[in-house]
Design a protein around this ligand. Structure first.
Ligand code: AP5
Length: 231
């Protein structure tokens, strides 16, 4: 049986997608979480939901996200801790966009240890900046189910409409070129030190994210299959 068709068991750990904006974290995290039947936890999606509902957290986060900067750790950490505490996370989960600072990674490490999870597995999506601009300016997301498209490389069958549920496809407000540049700067300055942090701990697995979506997916499934059962 082909590796990607084999039934997959429990992970009992956090899988963390680390990579710059547009590297494919959301696209791949969704698929992997589906394969293991564990939750896909995107801090970006959670924050956007708070913004849409105009919660106190959302009101604080909105202008920061519009500028392409990182939301302060003090706001993000509580949101994540509350989410992990929910019952559906007890066999593991896939993080997309978290942690994003060394302080967040240290907090997460302590929390996972306390809750008895195995060591996290970090997938570092490696890709140059030039490809990212095209991916981000071309991205469209389904308003209903969150499916991710790209008008250049992954277009829907009918323009502006989701293939899966007929939902309207929208462009994220932070996918304008000037905000993208700020997001890339924030990644380089605040998030890229995590590569070294997790490499030192021996948790890092690098994947060439410039390949096609199915190729990247296959490499990730193989990498994750290789650690199943390990502490
Ligand atoms: P967030 O929503 O996490 O955005 P991001 O990290 O900037 O990442 P993106 O969602 O833009 O890209 P992605 O890597 O998921 O790529 P995707 O799969 O969509 O965060 C938004 C904001 O929230 C932040 O700026 C910050 O303000 C705040 N925030 C969130 N988490 C935070 C935290 N922990 N701490 C503080 N602040 C936080 O793919 C992109 C496009 O490329 C799509 O069109 C897709 O179809 C296409 N594509 C994907 N893979 C491929 C491929 N292999 N080949 C060709 N095209 C591809």
């Amino acid at each position: 049986m082909a590796l990607e068709q084999r039934p997959v068991g429990k992970l009992d750990r956090a899988v963390i997608f680390l990579g710059p904006p547009g590297s494919g974290k959301g696209t791949q995290a969704k698929v992997l979480a589906g394969k293991f039947s564990i939750p896909h936890l995107s801090t970006g999606d959670m924050l956007r939901e708070h913004v849409a509902n105009a919660t106190p957290l959302g009101c604080k986060a909105k202008p920061i996200m519009e500028r392409g900067e990182l939301v302060p750790d003090s706001l993000v950490l509580k949101m994540v801790a509350d989410r992990i505490d929910r019952a559906d996370c007890r066999h593991g989960f896939v993080f997309d966009g978290f942690p994003r600072t060394v302080a967040q990674a240290k907090y997460l490490g302590e929390m996972l240890k306390r809750q008895g999870f195995k060591q996290p597995f970090v997938i570092h999506l490696v890709i140059g900046h030039t490809l990212l601009i095209r991916r981000l300016t071309g991205r469209r997301t389904c308003k209903v189910g969150g499916e991710i498209y790209n008008i250049y490389d992954r277009p829907p069958k009918v323009e502006g409409i989701c293939d899966n549920d007929g939902g309207e496809l929208i462009q994220r407000p932070d996918d304008r070129e000037e905000v993208i540049r700020q997001r890339l700067l924030a990644y380089d300055k605040q998030t890229s030190p995590l590569v070294q942090y997790y490499r030192r701990l021996g948790f890092l697995h690098e994947i060439d994210a410039s390949k096609s979506v199915p190729e990247v997916e296959q490499e990730i499934v193989q990498a994750v299959a290789s650690i199943r059962g390990a502490r």
